[in-house]
Design a protein around this ligand. Sequence first.
Ligand SMILES: Oc1ccc(F)cc1Nc1nc(-c2ccncc2)cs1
Length: 347
Amino acid sequence: SSLGGYSLALAGLRGSVSQGDPCYARPFFKDVERDMREEEDELSEADSVSNEGIIFYNDKIQPVDSEYKEGREFVLSDFIKEGSYGEVHSAQDVNTGFRFAVKKIALKRFSSEEVGAWSALRSPRVVELFGVVREGPNVFLFMEHKSGSLGQLIAERGRLPEDLSLHYHSQVLTALEYLVKKKVVHLDIKADNVLLSEDGRDTFLCDFGHAERLDNQGQSLSGSNDLKGSETHMAPEIVKGEPRGAKADVWSSCCALLHMLNGCQPWTRYYTCRLYLKIANEPPPLREIPPDCSPLTAEVLKAGLQKDPVKRASASDLKEKTDRALKEVGGLTSPVKGPYTDPLYIA
Ligand SMILES: Oc1ccc(F)cc1Nc1nc(-c2ccncc2)cs1
C-alpha cells in the first residue's frame, strides 16, 4: 500500500494539492525537486502557474479544488524573519482562519531534504511541519506558528539566568537525542531556530533547511562538505570539511548555551575576521565560560566543546550532565520574563 500511496501521491499530486501521509513525502520530494527544476524553464507564462504539493493530515489547512495558493486559499501576514533559504511569515487559512507560519523559498533554492528529513519527525521538542506547496517559481513550507524564538528572548534579556539556560539546553538535547534516533542531523542549531511556547517554558526545534540524513554509522549520507549553518556555531569538523555526523549538533548546542549565558555568540568578542580558521585551529572557546557559572555547567561545556567529534559527548550523555548541573543550581526557579542583564563583555 505504501507503493500505492507513493504512486497515488505522484499521480494525485501532479498539478494538484492533496492531503497525504508524511511517510510518502521523502521519495516524492526528491523526484519532484528534479521535475521542478526541469519544468522550471518551461514555466507557463499563463497566470495560472502550476500548483502542486502535499498537506499532511491537518483539517485546518484546506486546499480548495486541489489548489492552495497564496493570496487565495491562504494569506501571508507579518514578516517574522529570514529563515534558511527563505522569508518566514505568519499566515492564515482563508476558509478556516487557522494561523500558521510559512517559509517562502525560491524554487531553485528548495532543498527536498528540509521536507524529507522534517516530515519523518514526530516529537514534542520539534515543530510540526504541516506541508509543502509549490506555486510556480516558489515553494511554501507550512509549520505550526510559535510566539517567538530563544534568539528573541536573549536579545530582550541581554543574557539569561544559568538555571533557565540549562533548562533550555536540556530540552534542545532532548530534541537532538530524538534526531539521532531518526538518523537526522540538523546542522543549524542556534537560538534563532529554537522556538518557544506561549509561557516560554517549552522549546521546539525548527528550520531543517540544512538538515542531512545519517547512515547506520551516524555519518551524513549527503557526502557534501559545503559549509552549512551559522559560522559562530559551526563545529570544527564542519569548517574543515571532514565527514560530519550527529556530534556536530552537540557542538552547536553548546555554542547556543554560551550565547544564552553570555548574551553574545562565541568567538565574536575576540575575532571580527572570518571565524572558520579560528574554529579549526584555535582551542575550543572554553575561556568564554562565564566565571560565575557552576562547576557542573562548566563540565557540560567542556564535554560538548571537544574539538574531536569522537571524544565529544553524545546528546544523551550531555543531557544527563545538563540535568545534573540544573539540579546543582537548585532547579528552574527564574521566571522566563525578567530583568535585562548586560551581556558579559570580556572581563
Ligand atoms: O524552516 C521553516 C519552514 C517553515 C516555516 F514556517 C518556518 C521555517 N523556519 C523558521 N521559522 C521560524 C519562526 C517561525 C515562527 N515564529 C518565529 C520564528 C524561525 S526559522
